[in-house]
Design a protein around this ligand. Structure first.
Ligand code: NAG
Ligand code: NAG
Ligand code: NAG
Ligand code: NAG
Length: 449
């Protein structure tokens, strides 16, 4: 099945837009490329904007088809930066606490801080409106870390008061948008109407300022962090041509996507992710449309595999941010969010029809690198992140393991597609807990200084 037929199932809108803008290049139809999208947005910012967000969602979902990986099964370093970070502060709960490890407890008294009426919730993620059978129960599960106090739901009004004159940038793919929406809805719920300005700070896809507090949050959409676009062989030949490449994607490992290039120096707090678009063979087909890596404007020879390209991109993007970040800026990298396709991948009838979290044994069965299952990429991506971030000024926000239990928290068939969405998360839902962890982490840094 080619990428195009998959797309026809799910993304009619996207095809018609691309055709209008890029008639001469039929392959761009299926690309969802950051560059193509930027061009379109510039030309017609206002009217296309909601549609593009939708496309972003659809395309990520589509592109995660046979997301399999063959890299080594070396073990991941078991550290949580929150833990190591606070090791000196004996009075702080963080000193003795690793929030990444624990269990989920059902708590009927727990209530979500926002509901299904929050307008930022993307339709496919609104599981209460989508009538998901456990949509209302999702927020009742509480993460209980091992060996430390409960992770509490942060108080949005306290947060607004504590973080005045602060700007927070989420940079990454639709899973970072999912986390951004959760933070927006939580903060929005605590204030009255008319105190929020919607705008696009520093090239963001979307952003808001809570005016009374001068707190800004923004989402910068980028799939690979690095800039990329279509590439075709030149008639005059060249290094890549001599390897037999005819078509592909040029990925500039040392150039950030323009959607976030200015974000690095704009925000006081930055939270990055990438991972879902790497090894997405329906887009970056190893034969028909491979990733071709460029550095300093020249092709990297010999050509790299995507996992090697990821290492190079991470290295360059991390130093790009470190060189430009504001003095005292908090730089965070979020670990990979797990998918929960069972019984096949998304395009093979895979589903996630569960109404409660899965057990620790089931988690290992689904995600251990050794088992090489449908969703194996999550821990593999983390290995690359850990390697690249070692020695950097970034903190790691490790949400992977706690999310691995939550096969019940994806939109599944309530996502309104022909296929189950076992990748994004329902809202309200688990990314609320990611933000609790995020805020806990920010507070621990604030109190340390
Ligand atoms: C993992 O499984 C995929 C197919 O599902 C296969 O192509 C790949 O070679 C396997 N990787 C390893 C390391 O066994
Ligand atoms: C995240 O936390 C889990 C559970 O403690 C751990 O096994 C894993 O190695 C951690 N991953 C990273 C990237 O820190
Ligand atoms: C959810 O259920 C309500 C009440 O039965 C119905 O009106 C609505 O159309 C349903 N929504 C979806 C997305 O199925
Ligand atoms: C609002 O906050 C930003 C930091 O996000 C700061 O640069 C700016 O000066 C603040 N504006 C006012 C009016 O205090």
């Amino acid at each position: 099945m080619t990428y195009h037929t998959k797309l026809n199932h799910l993304g009619m809108n996207r095809i018609s837009i691309s055709k209008k803008k890029k008639q001469q290049s039929p392959q761009i139809e299926g690309s969802g490329s950051g560059m193509a999208t930027i061009t379109v947005t510039r030309e017609n910012k206002l009217s296309l904007f909601p549609l593009l967000s939708l496309l972003c969602f659809t395309s990520i979902f589509i592109l995660l088809s046979q997301f399999k990986n063959t890299s080594s099964s070396s073990s991941i370093n078991t550290f949580s930066s929150i833990h190591t970070f606070q090791i000196d502060n004996k009075n702080n709960n963080f000193a003795s606490c690793d929030y990444s490890h624990g269990k989920w407890i059902y708590d009927d008294s727990r209530v979500s801080r926002y509901d299904n009426t929050c307008k930022e919730i993307f339709k496919g993620w609104n599981c209460i409106k989508g009538n998901k059978s456990n949509g209302l129960e999702l927020a009742k599960w509480r993460w209980k870390p091992n060996g430390c106090n409960d992770l509490t739901q942060f108080d949005p009004l306290h947060f607004l008061n504590d973080y005045t004159h602060t700007s927070i940038g989420f940079v990454g793919d639709s899973l970072n948008r999912n986390m951004f929406v959760s933070l927006f809805c939580t903060l929005r719920s605590s204030i009255s109407d008319g105190q929020v300005k919607k705008w696009r700070p520093a090239g963001a896809d979307r952003g808001f300022t809570f005016l009374t507090y001068n707190l800004t949050i923004a989402y910068h959409r980028t799939n690979l962090l690095a800039r990329y676009g279509r590439w075709s062989a030149s008639e005059n030949g060249g290094a890549l041509e001599s390897f037999g490449f005819k078509e592909g994607y040029r990925v500039d490992v040392d150039v950030p996507d323009s959607t976030w290039a200015r974000a690095a120096s704009f925000h006081d707090i930055l939270i990055f992710n990438t991972g879902h678009w790497w090894w997405a063979p329906s887009k970056f087909d190893p034969v028909k449309s491979p990733m071709l890596f460029f550095k300093k404007g020249e092709p990297v020879i010999p050509p790299l595999r995507p996992d090697q390209g990821l290492d190079m991109v991470l290295e360059h993007m991390i130093s790009y941010v470190e060189e430009r970040a504001r003095p005292g800026a908090v730089k965070i990298f979020r670990t990979q969010s797990p998918r929960h396709f069972e019984g096949g991948d998304w395009d093979q009838g895979g589903s996630c029809q569960r109404d409660r979290p899965i057990s620790a044994e089931q988690v290992e069965e689904l995600f251990s690198v050794k088992n090489n299952g449908t969703n194996v990429e999550v821990r593999l991506v983390n290995e690359h992140l850990v390697k690249a971030l070692k020695g950097s000024g970034f903190d790691i926000l490790n949400i992977t393991h706690l999310s691995e239990f939550r096969a019940d928290a994806h939109p599944a068939s309530a996502g309104g597609k022909k296929h189950d969405d076992c990748m994004h998360w329902c809202l309200p839902g688990i990314t609320d807990t990611w933000n609790d962890l995020f805020v806990e982490h920010l507070n621990s840094i604030k109190h340390r200084s």
